[in-house]
Design a protein around this ligand. Sequence first.
Ligand SMILES: C[S@@+](CC[C@H](N)C(=O)[O-])C[C@H]1O[C@@H](n2cnc3c(N)ncnc32)[C@H](O)[C@@H]1O
Length: 345
Amino acid sequence: MDEEAQARVEIWKYALGFNSMRAVKCAIELGLPDVLENHGGPMTLSQLSATVGCPIPALRRLLRFLTHNGIFKKELKLSKSQDPESSYYSQTALSRLLIRDKMATFVILQADPPAVQCIGLTAKDLKAGKGSGLDNRFPSEDIIWNVEVDAAFDKLLHEFLACYAKIATAALIDNCPAVFEGIGCLVDVGGHEGTAMGMLVKAFPWIRGINFDLPDVIAGASTIDGVEHVGGNMFECVPKADAVMLMRILHDWSDNLCIDILKKCKEAIPADTGKVIIVEAVIDEEGGDEYTSARLAMDITMMTVTINGKERTCKEWAQLLNAAGFSRHTIKHMKAVESVIEAYP
Ligand SMILES: C[S@@+](CC[C@H](N)C(=O)[O-])C[C@H]1O[C@@H](n2cnc3c(N)ncnc32)[C@H](O)[C@@H]1O
């Protein structure tokens, strides 16, 4: 196919991308990945229809789109006497990631209207300075929603953060266990309700974990073995520990506010043996790897949902860490959207 013909094919993906996301979201909300996972084997269309309570014609159309795109697999029955509705559907590696325990809530929130009605990204916004560090419309810089955050959305948001934390923490434990060797006490700054710290103390039982977040977030956190919950404000004071972790915190904030946060983290660790462990995307503008496209898309998300947040390049990370007074840092890449930056006082 020549370049122009290929472009004509590609453009449809962008034009219809939102509806494709909606189909994946519907599949999750119907519970199809979990139903197949719990069933433990292939299911017919009729069985799926009865289990999730969706009429066969619509379900067949939804599954036709999803199977074409590698989400679920359709196997036809060989016998001609079989009812055509009894084709078997089974899980694929992709649909297995869409179960509730894995990436379901993450995907749902990306496709949910409140997420797209976040402070937004339009040509008008960009011309007014959004994404350039010049947006001063709001007094605080964190993520801002344009919608009334009702109880249902709040619940989804909590599930989303726990789901999001599990994805990066699992990658961290698998790819970089050496980062946690010799750490007696670790504080996770902005650790929400402690999902990441709970997984870390389980994987590395020598660590005493402190989960630090805003007091109203900590008030809703459940007890986790080996983890102490502490409420506070990272712009004022961070609990003392051997090492501080900042997982997907700095991408929410402008450079100046990141420097303030990093300085508070530096004050919390021993000057000679301490370190700050930053788990964030590192944008590679020259080539990159199989996750580069996701990192660049996350940067567009940060431009949409935050005031002055962004994903940063190696050079931008170095500038930030130098400005906050760190003497050196190393970057370890993982098979994930995030990398691990270890910064030393
Ligand atoms: C995007 S979430 C990241 C959660 C978690 N680290 C992860 O990677 O899944 C940002 C977290 O920072 C917390 N946060 C925001 N402002 C804070 C502050 N001033 N002090 C402490 N935590 C704060 C939020 O409550 C939220 O839990």
